[in-house]
Design a binder for this molecule. Structure first.
Ligand SMILES: C[S@@+](CC[C@H](N)C(=O)[O-])C[C@H]1O[C@@H](n2cnc3c(N)ncnc32)[C@H](O)[C@@H]1O
Length: 345
């Protein structure tokens, strides 16, 4: 018989217990009573500071660096003196690590800190790629408990083919964990269009399962009602942000609004708060604002805060802003670790 919860753990030499120490505080730099807040600074210290404030979130979306071993740059366009547009590059964020263990340790601490900030009916979505998703899934199982695992969403996109003697890599992984598996999670069913074969057989009417005495489905019949479509599955085909798309900001690894819209619509309702500790160009908060949600975004890169502020402004939202202020002797341990990792690289 299968045991209810086996004690399978991932071990690596530099693994450490996630620290839960507070210490840093958030110092307001732009006031106001906005439902949106942008925090400049390392996300671990910021997450601890938010916990001390007793703020809770219904959805946390984490899109960390993917362990690419690269420094990511942003395309910046400037106007030259003769009026021409010049394209340049500026450093956006560093994704170089001493080894996989360092990456996992830094990730685990942040995932644990995010879990503490979720509402009991809330969930976390961790967006990663297939090179690390299997490790991080075990890390998440350990932090949340295996019963809290809700979905593995495959985001499938199309892009310019790479020269490779391999199958083209065209998907990312989004791991969804609920905070408390004993509580009904916030979840709104979304639908996708019916398959051509279903339409041919059943048309646009809702189907009904005809079951036998034991409750097993024997066949289907149709009802008089129109169907909203098929309940959304866990493989999502959504285009990447095209170079000419209106939503394009130039920030590297920007995710499409359509992807965030699905997550936010499915996992939150109007007025709920979304947390994004790896804010980047601010896609999650821009979508949250458009859908009438509240939100907090954190990033170490000043440019990320600036871009998100601009995106929110286009939606007539002025966020509060703050930055981390460290108390005496409170340079967060993981912050030190990140810097150590970066200096090793
Ligand atoms: C992959 S990008 C996020 C992209 C974003 N989802 C978007 O749609 O634009 C990761 C972001 O996390 C930020 N970041 C990485 N490590 C961080 C840390 N320890 N604390 C705060 N921000 C961090 C980087 O500066 C970068 O902007």
């Amino acid at each position: 018989m299968q045991k209810p919860d086996s004690e399978v753990r991932l071990c690596w030499p530099t693994k450490r217990e996630p620290s839960r120490s507070a210490g840093a505080v958030l110092k307001a730099t732009k006031g106001g009573h906005s439902p949106f807040e942008l925090v400049l600074g390392d996300n671990l210290a910021a997450l601890h500071a938010l916990r001390a404030r007793e703020r809770r979130y219904t959805l946390a979306y984490l899109d960390p660096p993917f362990f690419t071993g690269r420094e990511h740059t942003e395309v910046v366009r400037t106007r030259t003196q003769d009026g021409a547009i010049a394209r340049g590059f500026t450093r956006a964020f560093d994704d170089r690590w001493s080894d996989l263990g360092a990456y996992l340790a830094v990730s685990a601490e942040r995932i644990a800190a995010v879990r503490d900030l979720l509402e009991e009916n809330g969930c976390m979505v961790l967006h990663v790629d297939p090179k690390t998703s299997h490790y991080l899934k075990i890390v998440c199982d350990e932090i949340f408990g295996r019963a809290a695992f809700a979905s593995e969403i495959v985001w499938r996109y199309r892009r310019w083919p790479a020269k490779t003697k391999n199958f083209q890599r065209v998907h990312d992984i989004l791991l969804r964990y609920v905070k408390n598996p004993r509580v009904e999670p916030r979840f709104y069913q979304l639908y996708e269009p019916l398959a051509a074969s279903t339409l041919q057989t059943w048309g646009k009417k809702k189907q009904r399962a005809v079951v036998d005495e034991s409750g097993r489905r024997k066949r289907s019949s149709i009802t008089e009602h129109d169907t909203p479509g098929a309940p959304l599955g866990d493989v999502w085909e959504i285009g990447i942000v095209a170079p000419v798309a209106r939503e394009r900001t130039g920030y590297p690894t920007q995710k499409p609004e359509a992807l965030l819209e699905r997550l936010i619509r499915a996992c939150t309702q109007s007025g709920d708060a979304v947390l994004d500790p790896y804010l980047g160009s601010g896609t999650s908060l821009a979508v949250a604002a458009r859908l009438g949600r509240a939100g907090t975004g954190i990033d170490v890169n000043q440019r990320s805060i600036q871009l998100t502020r601009q995106r929110l402004k286009q939606l007539e939202v002025s966020p509060r802003e703050s930055r981390l202020a460290m108390g005496p002797g409170t340079v967060a341990s993981a912050d030190r670790a990140v810097r150590r990792v970066r200096s090793v690289a």
